[in-house]
Ligand binder design. Structure first.
Ligand code: PMP
Length: 408
């Protein structure tokens, strides 16, 4: 057996489970979100993207594009090094101040992605806390799990959003240092964690809190700081983490916290120290996006309205829309093969791009289409989506009505 055979075999396994992913060759068009060009094998075609995490279309916003291009023309393309060597640059410093202000914290620190910010920060915080036990929600993102594992500390998993289970583990941890790691919006089901009640438990048992607001920043709260801002509890959280890649539409991740915590991560986290800083133009674009969404409610209001419209339209034709408290609209298929067939048909027959969500991202048997409306998905596009899904559901004889299915 050659090395190649080993890797071919591993991928073969995914084919046999109908989980092999194919990326569509898409080209976004500035100013035309959510329309894109699909470079199909038989030629270029127009499609509508219904699964983007550029939730508000900020990646196309004129202020963001202006900041990006103007800064690039002024200072060049790359950062020129790690933050510790030559990569620290003024737009990045300003961005960190903007983010600290957004979350009402003393300091902020930017990483190359949200994934890296979680991995680097959680592992470093827990490693620096002597005799630390990490209490991690069962549905935490892979990047948080990587941070938990990387810390080498003991980890205890609490059942998803289950306060009793969390309290049980806090009691068991006794007088050890404790770090509670969780998210505000869980991105596959669209549910929200009880942040305030978790902070109550953290206070009662003397634990630190680390909140991932990746799917909420830009989208919730009067200044777009996320669910903790919406709930008025930002000051009760020790660390708030976010991304610049989703609601803010650019790239990069960050943490905000007290000065001593941010300084320690800056000094000790390999994922921060040993990698090139994000380009200044990217930092300027992200800052323009954050600053805009601190004052503008237009995008958030329209996003919430179009999400409600989409949920209503899909549910009204009996599609199994899973219960979601947020902007994420998951539609249950329950089989990886059918999910793939459904998305292939949507793309090739209806010009609608949605990727299927399979195991291990979601549990087997709950494969789904994860639909993410934006302010730019107008009523006509919602009608087209509804008709297309109706046709696909008929053609593949897919199940309808989530409540009935969930009860089975
Ligand atoms: N946290 C959560 C909950 C996520 O879903 C993701 C990515 N989907 C990340 C962190 C990583 O963020 P980024 O895409 O900026 O790396």
């Amino acid at each position: 057996m050659t090395y190649d055979d080993v890797f071919r075999g591993a991928v073969e396994q995914l084919h046999s489970e109908k989980r092999y992913r194919v990326f569509a060759d898409l080209e976004r068009r500035a100013g035309d979100f959510p329309h894109a060009t699909w470079h199909a094998p038989e030629g270029a075609r127009d499609v509508v993207v219904w699964c983007s995490n550029d939730y508000l279309g900020m990646g196309q916003h004129p202020k963001v594009l202006a900041a990006l291009t103007e800064t690039a023309m002024k200072v060049g393309a790359g950062a020129g090094g790690t933050r510790n060597i030559a990569g620290n640059n003024h737009p990045l410093v300003l961005l960190e101040q903007e983010l600290a202000d957004l979350h009402g914290k003393e300091a902020g620190l930017v990483f190359t992605s949200g994934y890296v910010s979680n991995e680097a920060s959680i592992s470093t915080i827990a490693r620096l806390l002597p005799n630390c036990v990490i209490l991690s929600d069962a549905l935490n993102h892979a990047s948080m799990i990587a941070g938990v594992r990387g810390s080498g500390c003991e980890r205890r998993i609490w059942q998803h959003n289950d306060l009793e289970d969390l309290e049980r583990l806090l009691i068991e941890a006794g007088d050890r240092h404790k770090l509670i790691a969780f998210e505000s919006v869980y991105s596959m089901d669209g549910d929200i964690s009880p942040i305030s009640a978790i902070c109550d438990l953290a206070d009662k048992y003397g634990a630190m809190t680390y909140l991932d607001e990746v799917h909420a920043v830009g989208l919730y709260g009067p200044r777009g700081a996320g669910i903790a801002e919406r709930d008025g509890v930002m000051d009760r959280l020790t660390v708030i983490e976010g991304t610049l890649a989703k609601g803010f539409g650019v790239i990069g991740g960050y943490v905000t916290a007290s000065k001593p915590i941010i300084d320690a991560i800056r000094c000790y986290a390999p994922g921060f120290i040993f990698t090139t800083a994000i380009p200044p133009a990217i930092a300027a674009a992200a800052r323009a996006s954050v600053a805009h969404l601190k004052t503008s409610q237009v995008e958030r209001d329209r996003h919430h309205r179009q999400t409600a419209e989409t949920k209503f339209a899909l549910a009204s034709i009996g599609l199994p829309v899973m219960p979601s408290e947020t902007h994420i609209v998951p539609v249950l298929v329950g089989c990886p093969e059918k999910a793939k067939q459904a998305t292939d048909m949507l793309l090739t027959q209806h010009g609608i791009y949605i990727q299927p969500i399979n195991y291990p991202t979601v549990p087997r048997g709950t494969e789904r289409l994860r639909i993410s409306p934006s302010p730019f998905h107008d009523d006509a596009l919602i009608r087209e989506l509804t008709q297309a899904l109706d046709a696909v559901w008929r053609a593949l004889d897919l199940p309808r009505r989530y409540e009935a299915l969930a009860a089975e």
